[in-house]
Write a protein that binds this ligand. Structure first.
Ligand code: FAD
Length: 324
C-alpha cells in the first residue's frame, strides 16, 4: 500500500512537497492553521480592494521551478510583473533599477497555492499542536490537544523554523535545536487604500534610508482589480525594534516615511505584523529527511528565504522521501 504522509503547513513548501509526493502515488494529507493555503504568499482582501502583504514577487532561476511557473502561467495563476522600480539611497540619490525578471500570482499572490491545493487533501483551520510517535506511526494532535484519529507513516513539517522547533521539542530534540537556531526576522507591513491612482512616477521602490525597505503599487501588478492600493514594508531592523507596537503607532511612523517618497495620506490603511517574515541567513541543507523517524522538514528557512527556495525545498524533500 502507498505510504500515508501528513504535511503540516500548506505554504508553497508544503504544497510543492505534497504535489510531488502525490505524483509518486503517496497518500498525502495537508494541515494548515489558516483558513486556506499559501502561507506567506498572502493577500488581504476587502470590499472592492486587495493587497499582497507578504511575498511581493518571486524569481524563477532554477530550471525545475521555471517549468513549474510556466505551468502556473498556463493555468492563469501567475504572470510576469514589469514594474518601474526606483532605488532611494541614504545619500539622497534616486536611481532607476534594471529590469529583473519578476513573477506574481494572478489575480493575487495566493493564486498559485490555491491552484496547487485544488487537487490535494487540505484540512484548513487545523492547527497541529503536538506530534507523537506511536507503534503504528505518527499521531498528530489538534489545537485543543486531542489526538487525530488517523496514524501516518511519514510526517513533514513545512512550517517556519520557530514553529517547527516547538513541534519537535519532545520527539526530535536534535532537529528542534537546529530549527531553534535559525533566526527569522519580523516585518511590519502597511496596506494603503486611495480613491484614485497615485502619480509617483514609479510602481515599486527599494528604500535604503529610514524605516522603510520596500514600497509597491499593488494595483500595478497584473490582473489586479479594485481600488488603488499600495504596500509598505519596513526594514527588518526597524520592524524588530518596533515589533510590539500596535497598528496605529506603526502608521504614525511609517506614513510620514512614505510621504518622504512622495506618498500622500491614504483614505484607509491597515497594518500587519509578521513575526517570522524571512530567514536571516541561508543554510546548506535544502531540506532535512530523517529516514529512521520517517520525519522531514522543508521550508524557506532551510534554503534561503524566498518563494523559489521554499518550493525547491519541498520538492527536494519529496524526492528524499520516496524518490518522487
Ligand atoms: P509559509 O508560507 O510560512 O507556510 C507555512 C504554513 O504553515 C503557513 O500557511 C502556516 O499557517 C502553517 N502553519 C504554521 N504552524 C502551523 C501549525 N502548528 N499547524 C498547522 N499549520 C501551521 N519571498 C520572495 O521570494 N520574494 C519576496 O518579495 C518576498 N517578500 C516577503 C515579504 C514578507 C513580508 C514576508 C513575510 C515574506 C516574503 N518572502 C518573499 C518570503 C516568502 O513569502 C517565503 O519564503 C515563502 O512564502 C515561504 O513558504 P513556506 O511554505 O516555507 O512557509
Amino acid at each position: 500500500t502507498s505510504p500515508q504522509v501528513a504535511i503540516i503547513g500548506a505554504g508553497i513548501a508544503g504544497l510543492s512537497c505534497a504535489a510531488a509526493l502525490q505524483d509518486a502515488h503517496c497518500q498525502v494529507t495537508l494541515f494548515d492553521k489558516s483558513h486556506g493555503p499559501a502561507g506567506r504568499m498572502s493577500t488581504r482582501q476587502g470590499d472592492g480592494w486587495q493587497c499582497d502583504h507578504g511575498a511581493q514577487y518571486f524569481t524563477a532561476r532554477d530550471p525545475g521551478f521555471r517549468a513549474e511557473v510556466a505551468r502556473w502561467e498556463q493555468a492563469g495563476v501567475a504572470a510576469q510583473w514589469r514594474p518601474e522600480v526606483r532605488r532611494f539611497d541614504a545619500d539622497g540619490t534616486v536611481s532607476r533599477c534594471s529590469a529583473t525578471e519578476r513573477f506574481v500570482g494572478t489575480p493575487r499572490m495566493t493564486a498559485p497555492a490555491t491552484w496547487l491545493a485544488s487537487t490535494l487533501e487540505l484540512h484548513a483551520d487545523s492547527a497541529i499542536s503536538a506530534l507523537r510517535r506511536e507503534k503504528s506511526g505518527w499521531r498528530l494532535h489538534a489545537q485543543d490537544g486531542e489526538p487525530l484519529e488517523r496514524h501516518f507513516d511519514v510526517v513533514v513539517l513545512a512550517v517556519p523554523a520557530p514553529q517547527a522547533a516547538r513541534l519537535l521539542r519532545d520527539v526530535a530534540p536534535r532537529h528542534a535545536a537546529l530549527a531553534a537556531g535559525a533566526t527569522m526576522e519580523g516585518c511590519w507591513a502597511m496596506m494603503l487604500q486611495y480613491p484614485a491612482p497615485l502619480a509617483l512616477g514609479f510602481d515599486a521602490a527599494f528604500v535604503n534610508r529610514g524605516a522603510l525597505r520596500w514600497v509597491a503599487r499593488d494595483s500595478a501588478k497584473p490582473g489586479r482589480v479594485g481600488s488603488e492600493s499600495w504596500l509598505l514594508h519596513a526594514s527588518a531592523e526597524w520592524s524588530e525594534a518596533h515589533i510590539e507596537l500596535d497598528g496605529a503607532s506603526i502608521a504614525a511612523l511609517l506614513l510620514p516615511a512614505f510621504a518622504q517618497l512622495g506618498g500622500p495620506a491614504p483614505e484607509r490603511w491597515s497594518a500587519h505584523r509578521w513575526r517570522y517574515a524571512k530567514a536571516a541567513q541561508a543554510r546548506d541543507d535544502v531540506c532535512i529527511w530523517d529516514g529512521g523517524q520517517a520525519m522531514g522538514l522543508c521550508g524557506d528557512w532551510l534554503n534561503g528565504g524566498t518563494v523559489e527556495a521554499a518550493w525547491l525545498s519541498g520538492r527536494a524533500l519529496a524526492q528524499r522521501i520516496c524518490g518522487a
